[in-house]
Design a protein around this ligand. Structure first.
Ligand code: URA
Length: 214
C-alpha cells in the first residue's frame, strides 16, 4: 500500500515537472516583454506536487542570475518565516507574477503583467494548489481580480487583507487565498515580522485542516 502511494506520488510529480519544463520552453519561445535583458527565465522552486503555492511579484537580480525565485535577501526572509512554522521547500512551491526581471527592480507594469500572467495561470493549472499565499499587493490583487489585470486596481490591498483566508474561484479552480506581506517589505519594516509570524500560523492551520480532510 505504502509503496503503491509512493509510486503514484512519484509518477505524478514527474509529470508535473515535465509539464513545467515544457511551459518554460513555451515562455522562452514567446519572447515576452523583459526577455531582452534577462539572463534567465525564472519559473519556480519547491515541490510541484505541494498543495500550497506562494506567489511573489517579480525576480530580482539574484533570481535573474540563478533562474530561481527568492534566492536573494527577500528569499532569506521567506526561508526564515517558513522555517518558523516548520515548512520546507519539500512542502511548498514558489513562483512569481513576472517570469523575467524588470529593470532596477521596479514594480511590474500592466503591459508586462498582461503578457506574463497567462503563463502563471498555465502554471497554476499544472500545479493545482489548494492554498495560495499571495506575497504583497500585486499578487494579492491579481488573484482577487481572477487574473484580470485591468480589474486589479479595484481590489483591496494587502494591509487590510493579510492573514485572512478567502475562498475564491480562480480561473475555474477553488483556492484558499491567504494574502501575506511581501518578504521584501520586512527588510525595510522590521515591525512587520511579528505580523508575518502570526499570519504564518494561519497558513499552517489551513494546511493542517486540508491534511485532515484529504
Ligand atoms: N521578490 C519577488 O517578488 N520575487 C522574487 O523572486 C524575489 C524577490
Amino acid at each position: 500500500m505504502e509503496e503503491h502511494i509512493n509510486k503514484l506520488g512519484l509518477r505524478s510529480n514527474m509529470n508535473k515537472s515535465i509539464e513545467m519544463e515544457k511551459l518554460k520552453e513555451k515562455i522562452i519561445l514567446a519572447k515576452i516583454p523583459l526577455h531582452e535583458n534577462a539572463r534567465n527565465v525564472v519559473m519556480g522552486k519547491g515541490n510541484p506536487n505541494a498543495c500550497i503555492l506562494f506567489v511573489g511579484e517579480a525576480p530580482g537580480s539574484n533570481e535573474d542570475l540563478q533562474g530561481i525565485p527568492f534566492v536573494g535577501a527577500a528569499g532569506k526572509n521567506l526561508d526564515k518565516l517558513l522555517n518558523s512554522v516548520g515548512l520546507s521547500l519539500e512542502e511548498i512551491y514558489v513562483t512569481n507574477i513576472l517570469k523575467y526581471r524588470p529593470p532596477e527592480n521596479r514594480g511590474p507594469n500592466s503591459e508586462e503583467m498582461k503578457a506574463h500572467t497567462p503563463f502563471l495561470v498555465e502554471q497554476i493549472k499544472i500545479l493545482q494548489p489548494k492554498v495560495v499565499c499571495s506575497l504583497g499587493n500585486y499578487s494579492t490583487k491579481f488573484f482577487l481580480a481572477n487574473g484580470d489585470v485591468d480589474s486589479m486596481i479595484k481590489q483591496s490591498g494587502i494591509t487590510s487583507l493579510h492573514g485572512m483566508v478567502k475562498l475564491i474561484e480562480f480561473q475555474g479552480l477553488m483556492i484558499r487565498l491567504i494574502p501575506l506581506f511581501h518578504p521584501a517589505a520586512i527588510i525595510y519594516n522590521r515591525r512587520l515580522i511579528s505580523e508575518w509570524e502570526k499570519d504564518m500560523t494561519v497558513v499552517k492551520e489551513e494546511l493542517n485542516k486540508i491534511n485532515l480532510i484529504s
